[in-house]
Design a protein around this ligand. Structure first.
Ligand code: TMP
Length: 391
């Protein structure tokens, strides 16, 4: 049974950056399925409305993402000895570029970003990962010994269909590797902003294993990685493949998640209380700053920032603007608001307050903004609780 535990208010499509103001579109609520233990959002929008030609997100914008992808690609070559690799949701080809072009096949339904991957010499199917495409892949490539997907599977509503299709194109001893935000980290950090229209699910290891088993797959290892505010990289095999042992790390992850109660509704009710409290505190902080005539800007017009600002109603008169490095976002409104996104410039004025929309890249940002930080510049964050960070 699905139980609603949190209402995140009226929200827009989190990546719908537009020159025209578009008001919030739908009510975002979070649910827990007491049977499968999956945590999901209530509204599953049409994929075409979210993942289309003008999708603005670019993986290559983060140094950390690039570094982790490079390290993983080495491991895939050396340890898994993969020859025929598939990437589902390759974005601009940041991961796939680490391989010889004839050893990797990419799937990316968003036209503009797929074109960038193609320009890097990659072979890309500009299509959604569905039954039709899987039939075509089988005709064209037979099977894959590694299938990789980062931050894509949780964007697809029908998980059983995804994993069933993966099973069809994965070799008997092959590995499926997926990276997704960790529900445990989300709860620990109170980062409710992991939830927006594209993140249909946020996985716990417990829930993911339940869905996989229904499709004759199982997790055999888990790495906890720092990207996107704390993610898990899952290594998955066919249940029939008895050559690979289930790692201790996997077992430890399950134990830790159970300790936190991720398999129980009470955990999410508690999370909900903390989120509501975080909203009150963050709003108070902003009101106080504005009362004292402080100038506030946003740093990183992320989808996460969109959830926070719309949920906490920090839209009018709080922000002067947001900075972002992504060409596709610049000159447009932060979705659901009239806050303009401007081309990033190094922070100089230490009198302003800088809200970390990209809090998950905090370390990277501190390095970049060493002058601002060293001269007592002030950052605002809500992770793990609303506060001002200053040297
Ligand atoms: P993400 O959290 O969904 O990856 O989005 C982060 C956004 O922040 C993305 O639009 C790129 C932007 N960004 C900057 O503008 N400057 C930076 O230094 C970093 C790391 C990200």
């Amino acid at each position: 049974m699905k139980k609603t535990f949190l209402d995140l208010g009226n929200q827009p499509l989190a990546n719908n950056f537009s020159k025209k103001y578009i008001p919030p579109l739908f009510r975002l609520k979070l649910k827990f399925d007491t049977k499968s233990k999956l945590v999901m959002i209530n509204k599953h929008l049409k994929k075409e409305s979210m993942f289309n030609k003008s999708y603005p997100y670019r993986s290559s914008k983060s140094k950390l993402v690039k570094k982790l992808f490079k390290e993983l690609s080495k491991k895939i070559r050396k340890k898994l000895k993969a020859e025929n690799i598939l990437e589902i949701g390759c974005n601009d080809g940041t991961f796939a570029s680490n391989f010889k072009k004839n050893s990797i096949t990419c799937i990316e339904p968003c036209g503009d970003v797929a074109a960038e991957a193609k320009r890097k010499g990659l072979s890309v199917y500009v299509k959604y990962f569905d039954n039709l495409l899987v039939k075509k892949l089988i005709r064209d490539h037979k099977k894959f010994d590694v299938i990789f997907s980062a931050n894509t599977i949780t964007h697809i509503s029908n998980l059983n269909s995804v994993f069933n299709n993966v099973s069809k194109i994965l070799t008997k001893n092959g590995t499926l590797i997926i990276e997704e935000p960790s529900l445990l980290e989300t709860i620990k950090k109170n980062s409710y902003d992991q939830f927006y229209n594209e993140h249909i699910y946020v996985f716990s290891t417990i829930a993911l294993q339940n869905i996989l088993k229904k499709n004759n797959l199982e997790i055999y290892d888990v790495e906890n990685i720092k990207v996107h505010g704390g993610s898990n990289r899952y290594y998955i095999k066919k249940i029939e493949n008895k050559q690979i042992r289930i790692s201790l790390r996997f077992k430890r992850n399950i134990i830790l998640e159970k300790k936190f109660g991720l398999h129980k509704l009470s955990c999410y009710k508690n999370f909900s209380k903390k989120v509501k409290n975080s909203k009150v505190k963050l709003t108070e902080l902003f009101k106080k700053l504005k009362k004292n005539n402080k100038k506030i800007i946003g740093y990183g017009a992320s989808a996460k920032a969109v959830t926070i600002i719309n949920y906490c109603n920090l839209k009018d008169n709080y922000f002067d603007f947001f900075y972002d490095t992504t060409k596709q976002k610049i000159g447009k409104f932060l979705p659901g608001t009239k806050i303009k996104v401007l081309k990033y410039q190094k922070l100089k004025n230490n009198k302003i307050y800088v809200f970390l929309g990209a809090w998950n890249f905090y370390k990277e940002i501190l390095k970049k903004e060493n002058f601002f930080y060293a001269s007592s510049g002030k950052f605002i964050t809500h992770i793990p609780y609303p506060r001002i960070i200053t040297k």
